[in-house]
Design a protein. Structure first.
Length: 329
């Protein structure tokens, strides 16, 4: 089977048409006809080889929704079934992390694209059915796509840190991840605050679920939050950010700022923690989709055709996406 998509042939290049052939499927593999694929900042980093691990030609795309058209002999999915796939193609399923269903931090996991695999900026994609997810019937595919990476990433900390409805949560950065984090936080019943670099996002942040809105010129007060979820990768005054946490509070990074300097005095006497969270394990991705369906959590999307993928990437690079761009294939 011939698959047609868009690939970067070298670091930092515009994407160009690319095709490849798939012959035999492995027992758990399926071929999915892609209908929608979200664009995530990770795709930009991979195109640019920002982490020195990109292989070319590189077909990005890891927020994929489509329909199964072909299946290997052991796949439990049915031909014709609508499914979704995220960043993880597969994990080893044997290491101690996998045995605890921490598939998202398996050190042997492979990604849906790179190193001989090709992602969702294409008419079809090959996936491992054990890492495909079912979607609530009423959820539109265009809204489901961004949940696979952005949604899963901001949902997992609520479960892993057992954040409760009587606690206060602040979200730093109101973009692709942040605008979903506000919706999840409100749905969990938490007192929800948005922290942005610009006043411009105030009205929409409140629509997404924030009851309070802050900027760095108009910051929160000290010891205000139980949890701060940071979704931006810019350099912040981390001592100031830590000061906003209550004692025992947690600053959780789902982004990767280049450097992170802080004064240990900000965490020792107050027992504050700084942590990281990487997407979500398979169980939590599926739970997140059900939760989003139940609470009608919807990304705000700009839909663009695959043929305009380079314009779409440019918009994301310039922080113009509101709030997630989804390619219609
Ligand atoms: Zn493993
Ligand atoms: Zn992503």
């Amino acid at each position: 089977m011939q698959i047609h998509g868009y690939a970067a042939f070298q670091a930092k290049e515009c994407l160009r048409p690319f095709s490849y052939t798939v012959s035999d499927l492995k027992p758990f593999e399926v071929i999915i006809q892609v209908s929608h694929c979200g664009i995530c900042r990770t795709d930009l980093h991979m195109i640019e080889n920002a982490w020195n691990r990109s292989t070319y030609p590189l077909v990005p795309g890891h927020e994929i929704v489509g329909v199964v058209v072909q299946k290997g002999q052991l796949s439990r999915l049915a031909v014709g079934e609508r499914v979704a796939v995220g960043w993880v193609y597969s994990s080893c399923l044997e290491c101690s992390e996998c045995l605890q269903e921490n598939t998202n931090i398996c050190q042997y996991k492979t990604s849906i694209y790179n190193r001989g695999r090709y992602g969702g900026f294409a008419d079809f994609v090959v996936a491992d059915s054990r890492f495909c997810f079912q979607l609530p019937k009423q959820m539109e595919s265009v809204h489901a796509a961004p949940l696979l990476c952005a949604g899963a990433t901001v949902f997992a900390p609520f479960i892993n840190y057992q954040i409760q409805a009587n606690q206060s949560v602040a979200v730093i950065g109101i973009g692709g991840l942040g605008h979903l984090a506000l919706q999840f936080s409100r749905s969990f019943g938490c007192e929800t605050s948005a922290i942005s670099s610009t006043e411009e996002k105030q009205r929409e942040a409140k629509e997404f679920g924030a009851s309070s809105f802050y900027t760095y010129e108009n910051p929160p007060s000290a010891m205000q939050f139980h949890y701060i979820l940071c979704t931006v990768d810019v350099e912040l005054d981390w001592n100031l950010v830590l000061s906003w946490l209550k004692p025992n509070g947690v600053l959780c990074l789902v982004s990767r700022p280049k450097t992170f300097h802080f004064d240990p005095a900000m965490i020792v006497s107050t027992q504050r923690s700084i942590s990281g969270s990487n997407n979500a394990n398979r169980f939590l991705v599926q739970e997140m989709l059900l939760f989003a369906g139940r609470f009608q959590i919807r990304p705000k999307v700009e839909e663009m055709p695959l043929s305009e993928v380079n314009t779409a990437l440019e918009r994301l690079k310039n922080n113009q996406a509101r709030y997630r761009i989804v390619l219609k294939i």
